[in-house]
Design a protein around this ligand. Structure first.
Ligand SMILES: [Zn+2]
Length: 294
């Protein structure tokens, strides 16, 4: 529970003393200090959004989650693009397959700094952990993630389609063998397989296709799903962004969690919760727990 430190906790007019949202009440807006998200949504509207999200999650027959960079922001993962994004100081060509093949040692210098410096020590946050628990509780069938940080797996989720691959594995460019990306291996210049081939990170490079199994699994689940929770994705990267749209087009419901409105907000979202991922997921999870006890 995040308290902004300025609003005195008080009983909620609608849901009583135990209401978690009451702690956030301050005039007509809510401010969340932990991840520095301020929303102008009224406290009543936020109540409604969280309640509707919990309705959709608990009432679904086949729920999937669709996650993007925003879910890992609370784990301290930097963004790659935009202001202050990591790409600003590196050459994107180093993630093109052609360059990697010609100059693997140079490409690996960039890859190590951009990806492995952050992902090796990153820990899953409450949003990742909630999703892992929902899977164990039989509420969630699949997570389709655009992230390559491996945090869903570290949180304990088993059913994860990594749409853009993952940092956690290395793939040999000669024999195709896979191996875990250990710190020792990643420190080599460049990392090599026992067969002598150079290892490439297990995520998708520019110009590479989506991993076929992840692609097929994601679209199959999206066709089955009657609900999708979108967390921390702006909906601008395709074909990944088609996943929630497919759920919606087949009559499913979409819950969106994003600090700012996205491409999904006015087009397919049935419920929009303008908060950070961990905060919003804690609230939905608390609403579900209240129902289970009732
Ligand atoms: Zn090999």
């Amino acid at each position: 529970m995040t308290n902004n430190g300025t609003a005195a906790p008080s009983a909620c007019a609608r849901y009583g003393k135990g209401c978690i949202l009451a702690l956030l009440k301050r005039d007509q807006g809510a401010t969340v200090k932990g991840n520095e998200v301020a929303t102008t949504m009224s406290i009543d509207a936020l109540h409604d959004a969280v309640r509707k999200a919990a309705d959709i999650v608990s009432g679904s027959r086949y729920l999937i989650a669709f996650t993007g960079a925003g879910i890992s922001a609370d784990s301290g993962m930097p963004t790659f693009r935009g202001e202050g994004g990591l790409w600003g100081s590196y050459d994107e060509r180093h993630l093109e397959l052609g360059f990697f093949t010609r100059e693997p040692a140079t490409a690996w210098e960039t890859i190590r700094r951009i990806f492995y410096a952050f992902t090796m020590d990153a820990k899953p946050n409450d949003a990742h952990l909630c999703l892992a628990r929902w899977e164990r509780d039989g509420l969630l069938r699949l997570i389709v993630t655009q992230n390559i940080d491996g945090l869903h797996g570290r949180a304990g989720s088993k059913a994860v389609a990594e749409f853009h691959g993952s940092c956690d594995d290395l793939v040999c460019t000669r024999c195709g063998g896979r191996t875990p990306a250990t710190p020792e291996l990643v420190a080599l210049r460049p990392p090599r397989c026992a067969c002598g081939g150079v290892y490439k990170p297990g995520f998708t490079f520019f110009g590479e296709g989506i991993p076929p199994v992840a692609y097929a699994t994601s679209f199959e689940a999206a066709r089955e799903a009657d609900a999708c929770v979108v967390i921390g994705s702006t909906g601008s990267v395709y074909p990944a962004a088609s996943i929630p749209r497919l759920v919606k087009s087949r009559g499913g419901l979409v819950v969106e969690i994003n600090p700012e409105p996205s491409e999904f907000t006015d087009t397919i979202s049935d419920v929009f919760i303008p908060l950070g991922a961990a905060d919003a997921m804690r609230r939905i999870d608390a609403a579900l727990a209240v129902r289970r006890r009732a």
